[in-house]
Design a protein around this ligand. Structure first.
Ligand SMILES: Cc1cc2nc3c(=O)[nH]c(=O)nc-3n(C[C@H](O)[C@H](O)[C@H](O)COP(=O)(O)OP(=O)(O)OC[C@H]3O[C@@H](n4cnc5c(N)ncnc54)[C@H](O)[C@@H]3O)c2cc1C
Length: 596
């Protein structure tokens, strides 16, 4: 159904209307898996959309692998031990029920992907191969060479197409239609046609990725992971949780930024699989420095430990010329590296470095926001009918994410949310008239004013400023004065964002201008949460509170108040189940020396 209206001054803006029972915002692994579950349960009035082309979501950038206790090599592994490792790595502020939901499902999810044609790397016996990954007690990371994410998404897209799941590409959602208690749909624009659209939907699933790109040095695509999902949910009345926990991956590329060939690679991920396959870290003095920080787990200790160790080596003057350290896998032979790490090998080969002959330079980079939208065990927010899953949701990863658990969360929670929604989906419903007039139309009018606005500041420069504020003030090492200063600087960025030079709806600057609105919400929550949490835990390191405080085994929640903006509250974390507690008590740990 189309509703065309004239676009005269003071007249409502013209828009299309689409009616659908379930709208899935995001066509990465999480969105695709939800849609598959719904289709398999006979719910076909679903629309999956993404702001990129079909099959082109951030998931394709995942390389290293996806976790599940299959026990291909280590039959003693189990979902309970997987959960124990996840809680350990998350420093016990993960939601234990969500963790178990993921770990219990994963063996079945991995086998199902195999049946659907995923190109797993295999053992000589033809079983799904599993590799070591940081801070895991056993080899439980399944992989497809070093292009696991791409293979996963291709498999899910093929499966969704077999089931005739409707997809729409290049549509960006800018606002959810919500009265704070229930969701009625979403508003956005077609990025090709430049048309505004109202999606009338009884259920909305946010599977819109994360917010790691709010930092200057990051591993995400520049135009994704700007906090869309978190900001949309927050604006709709849902709570955010754990936003202070940002994971800095230890091994982003450290490059000579004055060299145009290398500069675009700054911060890009060097997969953890390089260390998983035996890569060693050396400082500029040739010292294998992890011996000092983590003599047992060495390079395969948790990401936060390795990232802080590298940051410290660099800060104390033992870094390389480009502000990093060396990652060396040249003791493995070239065939092994080419087979296990083909994309990494090729990337450095193209830049003139042979990983079989020489080390590469690496330094920490923003990689993943453990926080996100607060949801219940079924992936539903406090707003009736609004779900958040995959990287958009909070709860599974606690204070630090275990590598390989994010892809696991996407498919596990896709199924969980799909099951819950299938039980409740009952058609598109209708956007109430007061929301249409009081929320949808004013929002469209704001978007219309933003398009072509001839302000003072370039949108790209404003986003770059925001990212710099976050890197400088809410990075690996934090303290109160710097976080407070960061909030002041963020207000200045907000001021500049109110007066931007923006092109038409189809332009890149228009998309960026919308992104900035999302990023401002995510950035404020990270800064405020980091200030609130007066302790160090996992990826959150306060130099003025360097110890973990048992009283802080709590989650921080962020709510939008009618007056006074963002408000924060904390709640204690639940205890793990008996089975997981038993696995924790057994004290499993990776024997690093198996790799030598
Ligand atoms: C370089 C890199 C390597 C990684 N490697 C691994 C790994 O080896 N193992 C692992 O477990 N995890 C890994 N991760 C993390 C993992 O890739 C992601 O967490 C996961 O793929 C997220 O999937 P998702 O479906 O939640 O979101 P995404 O794949 O990010 O998909 C988000 C979707 O939402 C859409 N979208 C976003 N905003 C909007 C909007 N406003 N309107 C409409 N659509 C929107 C996007 O177009 C996209 O379709 C890696 C991450 C990076 C950056």
């Amino acid at each position: 159904m189309n509703e065309r209206r004239p676009t005269e001054p003071d007249e409502p803006v013209e828009y299309d209307r689409v009616d659908v029972s379930v709208l899935v915002v995001g066509a990465g692994a999480a969105g695709a898996r939800t849609a598959i579950e719904l289709a398999e349960r006979g719910i076909d009035d679903v629309l999956v959309l993404g702001k990129r082309g079909h099959g082109d979501a951030h998931t394709t950038w995942a390389r290293g692998g996806i976790n599940g206790a299959l026990g291909t090599h280590d039959p003693e592994d189990s979902p309970a031990i997987h959960a124990a490792d996840t809680l350990n790595e998350g420093h016990f502020v993960n939601d234990p029920a969500k963790v178990e939901t993921v770990t219990e499902q994963m063996p079945e999810r991995l086998r199902e992907l195999d049946e659907w044609g995923m190109e797993y790397s295999r053992t000589d016996e033809g079983e799904i191969d599993q590799r070591f990954f940081g801070a895991q007690s056993f080899r439980r990371t399944a992989f497809a060479g070093d292009h696991t994410g791409e293979s996963l998404l291709n498999t899910l897209v093929d499966r969704a197409q077999e089931l005739s799941v409707p997809y729409r590409e290049n549509v960006m959602i800018t606002k959810l239609v919500s009265d704070g208690d229930a969701v009625y749909g979403a508003v956005g624009f077609d990025m090709d046609a430049g048309e505004f659209v109202l999606f009338n939907a009884g259920t909305v699933v946010l599977a819109a990725g994360g917010h790691a790109a709010i930092y200057d040095r990051h591993t995400s695509r520049d135009d994704e992971n700007n906090g869309d999902g978190a900001a949309l949910a927050y604006d709709a009345g849902a709570s955010l949780m754990d936003m202070e926990f940002m994971q800095f991956h230890p091994t982003g590329m450290a490059v000579d930024e004055s060299d145009p060939e290398w500069e675009p690679w700054s911060g890009r991920l060097v997969t953890e699989a390089v260390r998983g396959e035996g890569g060693r870290l050396f400082n500029a003095d040739g010292e294998r420095f992890m011996e000092r920080y983590s003599p047992d787990q060495m390079e395969l200790d948790a990401r936060d430990v390795v990232a802080r160790a590298i940051a410290q080596e660099v800060a104390e003057g033992r870094g390389t010329e480009n502000g990093g350290v060396y990652l060396d896998i040249s003791h493995r032979d070239a065939d092994f590296i080419r087979e296990r790490l083909p994309r990494m090998y090729e990337r450095f080969q193209d830049l003139g470095v042979d990983m079989a002959e020489a080390p590469v330079e690496v330094a920490p980079t923003s990689h993943y926001g453990m926080g996100g939208v607060a949801v219940d065990d079924g992936g539903e927010t406090g707003v009736d009918g609004l779900f958040a899953i995959g990287e958009t949701m909070a709860g599974v990863h606690g204070a630090n994410r275990l590598g390989g658990n994010s892809l696991a969360e996407t498919v596990a929670y896709g199924v969980v949310a799909g099951e819950r929604i299938a039980d409740r989906a009952d058609g598109p419903g209708e956007v109430p008239e007061d929301l249409r007039e009081g929320l949808v139309e004013p929002h469209l009018s704001d978007l219309n004013t933003l398009a072509g606005h001839d302000g003072e500041h370039e949108a790209e420069a404003v986003l770059a400023d925001l990212r710099e504020v976050m890197w400088d003030h809410a990075g690996i090492l934090r303290d109160e004065p710097s976080l407070r200063e960061g909030l002041d600087h963020l207000e200045a960025v907000r001021g500049r964002a109110a007066d931007m030079r923006v092109g038409p709806v189809t332009s890149e600057s228009f998309e960026l201008a919308v992104d900035i609105g999302f990023s401002l919400v995510a950035a404020e929550a990270v800064l405020r949460g980091a200030l609130e949490r007066e302790e160090s835990r996992g990826a959150h390191y306060r130099t003025d509170y360097p110890d973990r405080d048992p009283d802080w085994r709590r989650n921080v929640y962020f709510d939008a108040a009618d007056v006074g903006g963002m408000t924060l509250r904390t709640e204690p974390v639940d205890e793990p189940s008996d089975a997981v507690q038993a696995a924790l008590d057994e004290g499993h740990e990776l024997d690093y020396h198996q790799l030598e």
